[in-house]
Design a protein around this ligand. Structure first.
Ligand SMILES: [Zn+2]
Length: 218
């Protein structure tokens, strides 16, 4: 089970090149809306936003370019986005630093609702791809980082209580991913997963070739 902090807290993230940044403002537990999902139907008690989960479906594997996608699902009103007012002020970071600090500069704020209302031209730095009817996936126009998923009609079996947005969990800053309690609480769409990938997750990487894979520091 998720062990999210009960007090209000914020999580930060953004794309690789730091042009697109976002802040997720999570209120105290009492103020978090109940999320009615398949997860809840399995008698796991009342579940509230945010929902953090692994996603084994074919669409999100492809769209995110990861063997297993992962999402933090929030009310749209919790997630505020920003992009540079001018692209000339934001050099692409060199190396493989996890830091995405934008180091100041004038920025433009975008509400998550804009991804739905005006999805095709979001100040240049965010492109929204209409991946299926009523469904939008956004990515950084400059560096390509996959950022979010919004489905206006809900997902199979889900009865969301508020308009929601899935933010690519892996796009959170390292500090947010390492925060105590901010962990996935379930795997979804398992029947669509890749068998050997799931064996690595369930049984460890020795399931690939009988021995644990070597681990190099770099
Ligand atoms: Zn970017």
């Amino acid at each position: 089970m998720s062990q999210l902090p009960l007090e209000k807290f914020t999580l930060n993230g953004g794309c690789y090149c730091s042009a697109v940044r976002y802040k997720i403002s999570i209120p105290s537990y009492q103020e978090r809306p109940v999320r009615d999902t398949k997860e809840q139907n399995e008698n796991r008690g009342e579940l509230r936003f945010p929902s953090i989960s692994f996603d084994h479906c074919n669409d999100c594997r492809k769209a995110t370019g990861t063997l297993v996608a992962s999402w933090i699902i929030c009310p749209q009103s919790w997630v505020k986005w920003s992009v540079p007012a001018s692209n000339s002020q934001f050099p692409i970071p060199t190396g493989c630093s996890e830091s995405t600090d934008t180091k100041g500069g004038e920025r433009v704020e975008i509400a998550s609702e804009m991804f739905v209302k005006r999805p095709t031209s979001l100040v240049g730095f965010v492109t929204a791809f209409n991946s299926s009817p009523e469904t939008w996936r956004t990515f950084c126009t400059r560096c390509g980082t996959n950022l979010s998923f919004v489905c206006l009609t809900g997902r199979g079996g889900d009865q969301s209580t508020v308009p929601e947005i899935d933010v690519n969990f892996g796009s959170l800053d390292r500090e947010s991913l390492e925060r105590q309690g901010v962990r996935p609480s379930a795997h979804f769409y398992c029947k669509y997963g890749i068998d050997w990938v799931q064996k690595v997750l369930w049984e460890g990487d020795s399931s690939i070739g009988g021995q644990t894979l070597p681990q190099y520091p770099e």
